[in-house]
Design a protein around this ligand. Structure first.
Ligand SMILES: C[S@@+](CC[C@H](N)C(=O)[O-])C[C@H]1O[C@@H](n2cnc3c(N)ncnc32)[C@H](O)[C@@H]1O
Length: 516
């Protein structure tokens, strides 16, 4: 019965006598995610005892925790430890409802963008913006999940799950889901009728079981669902899940003309956290980017944008310019690209052709590696285009072969540095530094002086990431050993491993001399 609660039901609860009225309101608010209102209702006379008797002994503690978390009191380092214990599948329920949206954020109509999230007041670098558990999440291994299922299948499954919740009259869930963009608009075209105490049934959505309801849910899923970096339950191989969160998808995509995104997000188990990666002034839009900076082909981002019905003319022009250079374009480099990128693009294209024909990097010879290395160095910039990601991935494996393992470590660090410039504090950067630390730990005792120096950098970069994502707690309150344990375990266990460096065994890596 309680799952039918929504705002209208709260009014109805008020008609009951005390303390049941307060107890039911507390429960209703809790279900609607308004933990501060739930706590207020709990403070009414005799409500605490009523909820202990009728709801459960742990309910008051949950409300208290929920209210503190909704004020931003969230111990992220602790959550990371909890997620690691649960194999990164979930943050244990007793760690709280974890629902926080900064009071400095508001949702606003923006020309050409539908609704977006805008700062109501100045936001400082590093401020927590959002913490959210999913409304619904498909995890690999769930009964309705399928091995090697594509995104279209996962979208269908997520839609069906939401439809079931609609039909079960999960009113607060339905209100949240339909507040999201469905491809046409938001909200109000469907609202549950107000539940009255003399009703014999819970409110049903208008058009329940109709094709229209299904189509709207499908639209919400298509435009708002986030891929979740899951693992296959038995093999632990990467296997994405798909989930719907409430506030995270309200944030629009930063086009190239918007500049760098001003926030970043991570998954801690099933919880999404967003922080500001730059100061955001009152009135400015909060922007994330719907693609990974590790994308090694422009098409990856272009397809993501197309799936959202969006285009980015600057990105498209950059993609076309790189493609022209790689296809052997003669003449001056296209205007979108600095002149130094031309030799890099040409050398990369030549090596990639060879690698494809010979089915592997074994055919690449030292002068080719040296040419790619020198041209990469001559063309370095703050942005990171997919061909540069590919160049760095190739340099890492070729550096290992021709110069020794210190070169591979250096090239991988270079990829992490470039990620830090292009998309500060993006999870990919955190993951790469954490993985590097793992390699160094395995090599302990046999490090060359070059590697010792690199280790210092890895340690320092990882500390900065930890201080950022744990809101300074990692560096201030806990000893170095403790934060490292929780933060690094979380970073290593979450997300996906990436390219050759992630897959080469620690033993094989250690066998290669530091310098050849
Ligand atoms: C996850 S929703 C973001 C919130 C959405 N704007 C809304 O009105 O609720 C994604 C959709 O927002 C729109 N969108 C996001 N970023 C945009 C941008 N930079 N320019 C134009 N439309 C954008 C696209 O329609 C996209 O499919």
């Amino acid at each position: 019965m309680l799952q039918g609660f929504n705002k209208a039901c709260v009014e109805e609860c008020s008609l009951l006598g005390a303390p049941a009225s307060g107890g039911l309101r507390a429960q209703a608010y809790a279900q609607m995610g308004d933990w501060k209102a739930a706590k207020k209702a709990m403070e009414e006379p005799r409500v605490l005892q009523w909820t202990c008797e009728h709801v459960g002994m742990t309910f008051p503690m949950l409300v208290d925790l929920g209210a503190r978390q909704s004020s931003g009191e969230i111990d992220v380092l602790n959550l990371m430890g909890g997620a690691s214990i649960m194999q990164h599948v979930v943050v244990p329920e007793d760690m709280g409802p974890l629902r926080f949206e900064s009071s400095k954020l508001e949702r606003k109509e923006l020309p050409g963008r539908g609704l977006g999230v805008v700062a109501k007041a100045d936001i400082a670098l590093g401020e927590l913006l959002i913490a959210a558990r999913p409304i619904e999440l498909i995890r690999p291994g769930d009964p309705d999940w399928q091995y090697q299922a594509d995104m279209a299948y996962l979208e269908e499954v997520l839609t069906r799950r939401l439809l079931h919740r609609c039909m079960d009259c999960d009113a607060s869930c339905i209100e949240e889901v339909f507040s999201l963009f469905d491809g046409q608009g938001h909200g109000a075209r469907w609202a549950p009728h107000a539940w009255r105490s003399d009703d014999f049934a819970l409110p049903m959505p208008q058009g329940a079981a109709s094709a229209e309801l299904y189509a709207r849910l499908r639209g919400v899923v298509k435009h708002n669902a986030h891929r979740w970096p899951g693992k296959h339950p038995s093999s632990s191989l990467p296997a994405p899940g798909l989930g719907l969160w409430l506030w995270p998808p309200m944030i629009n995509h930063a086009l190239e003309s918007d500049g760098r995104p001003n926030c970043a997000h991570v998954f801690v188990g099933d919880v999404m956290l967003f922080r500001a990666t730059a100061p955001i002034r009152a009135g400015e839009e909060v922007l994330d980017r719907y693609s990974t900076p590790l994308a090694d082909h422009f098409e990856f981002t272009l397809h993501t944008l197309a799936a959202h019905g969006m285009r980015d003319p600057v990105y498209e022009a950059t993609a076309a310019s790189w493609q022209a250079l790689q296809e052997g374009f003669h003449g001056a480099p296209p205007p979108q690209l600095p002149a130094e990128k031309k030799p890099l693009a040409e050398t990369l294209a030549a090596i990639e052709r060879k690698v494809t024909w010979s089915n592997g990097v074994h055919s690449v010879v030292l002068p080719e590696y040296e040419a790619l290395r020198d041209r990469y160095k001559a063309s370095k910039s703050d942005s990171l285009a997919p061909p540069e990601v590919r160049a760095l991935n190739l340099l890492c494996v070729l550096g290992f072969k021709f110069e020794g393992r210190a070169a591979a470590l250096e090239w991988r660090s270079e990829l992490a540095r470039r990620l830090g410039l292009a998309r500060p504090m993006h999870f990919a950067q955190v993951k790469l530094w954490a993985e590097l630390l793992e390699r160094f730990e395995h090599l302990k005792g046999s490090l060359s002086s070059k590697e010792e120096k690199l280790l210092e950098e890895v340690d320092s970069e990882l500390s900065k990431c930890a201080a950022f994502w744990t809101l300074g707690r990692a560096s201030m309150e806990t000893s170095a050993g403790e934060w490292k344990q929780s933060f690094v375990d979380w970073a290593r266990g979450s997300g996906y491993s990436y390219e050759w460096f992630s897959t080469v065994s620690l033993e094989e890596f250690a066998k290669q001399p530091s310098e050849l």
